[in-house]
Design a protein around this ligand. Structure first.
Ligand SMILES: [Zn+2]
Length: 290
């Protein structure tokens, strides 16, 4: 509702308060992977984290609200996936702010941004609510960063931890070993609140991160167990570990299992020969495909 006496009609404010220094807006792009939509955060009324998808109407509402509040100084991107970075070029242009993104992001994303600056580990961005520090957290994507508002104990997690369910780590962009290391790195910060890229805030971050680590450990053990019976294909492995699943879930399970298997191969625990995975103590099947 427009305040009494305002002359021009106002769009409803897209932001709602999360903590004393943080506001959040959820983009209108709900879906199975984006949950209720991509969360866009405004820290200290000055620094933006993620832009949401390329949605002109939403960008307009965001920009109007931020400009009304005195404008922003920087747009930080957790990673270059389109549901987080798609709206970045248009939003940055409207606000006249630089965009900070990891230099190893997809060149097509980097090239689309009007004023892009290289984001480095431990870079800090001052806001009236405290400094926001960049924390390199590859895994979900190789260019992934979290952002740490130490003054409030809030960690902006992008897709490393989600408000609901688990994060997708899929090759070739995703890297399970790097992902697990990133989870341990953000755990060591002892955040009080996780502000995820999708879904509601996580009020008990350490328990959530431990749950994520345990989930991957359990999956890894299940895969290793399934390999004990001899070499098997990825399809067979997913059947035995995940059981029958609807096709979209199965697709995600295949991606997830493949990422986990590549971690095990990098560690020398598993080998792959002609599409069949085996525990590395076992000789690859000489005539397995015959
Ligand atoms: Zn993503």
């Amino acid at each position: 509702m427009a305040p009494r006496g305002s002359s021009k009609p106002r769009q409803p404010d897209p932001f709602r308060g999360l903590t004393a220094g943080v506001q959040v807006s959820t983009a209108p792009n709900p879906g199975p992977k984006t949950l209720s939509g991509t969360n866009v955060y405004l820290v200290g009324s000055r620094v933006l984290i993620d832009a949401g998808p390329d949605d002109a109407r939403y960008i307009d509402v965001l920009a109007e609200s931020i400009l009304r509040g005195g404008g922003a100084t920087a747009l930080l991107l957790t990673h270059g996936h389109p549901d987080h970075a798609g709206g970045a070029a248009a939003l940055a242009e409207r606000l006249g702010v630089p965009v900070y993104l990891a230099p190893n992001a997809d060149p097509s994303v980097l090239g689309s941004l009007p004023d892009v600056r290289e984001l480095g580990d431990r870079d800090t961005f001052d806001t009236p609510s405290g400094a926001v520090r960049a924390v390199a957290t590859p895994g979900h994507a190789r260019d992934h960063f979290c952002f740490w508002l130490e003054a409030e104990g809030v960690l902006f997690c992008g897709d490393t931890v989600l408000g609901v369910g688990t994060s997708l780590v899929a090759r070739p962009e995703g890297d399970m070993a790097a992902y697990l290391q990133s989870l341990r790195r953000i755990r060591a910060l002892h955040p009080r609140l996780i502000a995820p890229g999708h879904g509601p805030p996580v009020g008990d971050p350490l328990a959530k991160i431990d749950e994520y680590l345990e989930h991957r450990r359990t999956r890894e053990q299940a895969l290793m167990q399934a390999l004990e019976g001899g070499p098997v294909s990825l399809d067979e492995l997913v059947d035995s570990v995940y059981g029958p699943q609807p096709s979209e879930i199965r697709r995600l399970a295949l991606l997830s299992a493949e990422a986990q298997l590549h971690k095990l191969m990098d560690e020398g625990m598993v080998t792959m020969h002609r599409g069949a995975y085996a525990l590395s103590e076992e000789a690859p099947p000489a005539a397995g495909d015959a």
